[in-house]
Design a protein around this ligand. Sequence first.
Ligand code: SF4
Ligand code: SF4
Length: 152
Amino acid sequence: MDKEREIFTAQAQESGKPAEIIEKMVTGRLRKFLGEEKPRDDMAVIRADKMLLDHYTKKDRVEPSVLEVDQRLSGLDTEVNLGYSREQTLEESQRCMSCGYCFDCEKCWMYCQDQAIEKPMDKGALYTFKMQNCTGCSKCAEVCPCGFIEMH
Ligand code: SF4
Ligand code: SF4
């Protein structure tokens, strides 16, 4: 376990993020490693009409690298598709729109006039709702760009 912590810490430090964020990244990766955090399959599919697309900056897809044509016949096991480099992966990840999952844009919190939404202190934690203050005006759901808030 110490070995895994060491490896995850070294990987997280490469991001250049502050120490408290590094610690959270390591904790998350350890939880995933130990199987405590499983991918959820109960999340709704968020289609474009549930999102505020004008919130996002249009960014072209990063095309994965491929082997030059003249090098492709060098052997039958030559891999043509080279995939993404680390830099390309990071760049492509900037296109993520976080469909259906809160990405901490603060909009709901800023627009709620009744102080019914509490912003989390910890990065990555979810916003909480104080139902005793909520009037059900739906503003938070209207301004959430990624369709995370749904009114029932
Ligand atoms: S429904 Fe209205 S009052 Fe309730 S949390 Fe959302 S913005 Fe605030
Ligand atoms: S719930 Fe939506 S509006 Fe609120 S912070 Fe998260 S992404 Fe932004």
